[in-house]
Design a binder for this molecule. Sequence first.
Ligand SMILES: NC(=O)c1ccc[n+]([C@@H]2O[C@H](COP(=O)([O-])OP(=O)(O)OC[C@H]3O[C@@H](n4cnc5c(N)ncnc54)[C@H](OP(=O)(O)O)[C@@H]3O)[C@@H](O)[C@H]2O)c1
Length: 214
Amino acid sequence: MKIAIIGTGNVGSALGQSWAGRGHEVIFGATDPRSEKVKAVVAGCSGKGRALTVGEASAAAPVIVLATPWDATADAVRSLGNVRGKVLIDATNPIALGMEGLRAGLVVGHKTSGAEMVAVWAEGARVVKAFNTIGAPNMRNPVFRTNAAAMFICGDDSEAKAVVQQLSNDLGFATEDAGGLSAARLLEPMAMLWIHLAFQRGWGTDFGFGVLRR
Ligand SMILES: NC(=O)c1ccc[n+]([C@@H]2O[C@H](COP(=O)([O-])OP(=O)(O)OC[C@H]3O[C@@H](n4cnc5c(N)ncnc54)[C@H](OP(=O)(O)O)[C@@H]3O)[C@@H](O)[C@H]2O)c1
């Protein structure tokens, strides 16, 4: 599948390089696609990656991943151009930049979520929240001993969710459908729990959440 990934940082590079390693075609959308940093990320894509501008990458793929800092996300969505009908995966968390931002927590919540705001900005896109509840390094290998970490996804379009479920399974996650897009109001605080445990409670980053069923 052709996947455009907006952002080549921790999340964008982990998702892109992992999907490329599993045979997907990855097109990074970058503010400076020719920068050395972006070239290095593309070089880690097993020959299945390239980088274009944000608008070009968006136009080239039916599936787009947002992996931008929250403060830059509205601008990134504007740069996507026409996304009507596209599957738009929101991997962002609405927190301000830096450790102070992390400590301050989410900047939206309760009555809306980052994902729902993205859906308003990206008119006509089929938005699915995913890949926000675990630290980026684990996206390269979400299997802990014999247990796959859970990846919760939510969205209002079942076809789009099926696409994201497959892409999440391809990475090795145990993908769990949390319901409609408004469930992002729960998944975004869940990311804050992961961040709290990792950085405030000293767990480090090498863990994920799982689901037990009887
Ligand atoms: N880090 C994690 O473990 C983790 C896990 C789950 C979710 N998240 C969420 O995922 C998002 C990305 O996190 P990250 O750690 O990957 O951030 P990061 O390492 O800072 O990377 C952000 C990327 O976004 C690009 N970018 C910034 N402004 C842009 C714009 N206007 N248009 C297009 N691209 C733009 C940056 O490019 P330049 O470098 O050129 O500015 C960079 O490649 C955040 O919302 C974060 O909360 C993070």
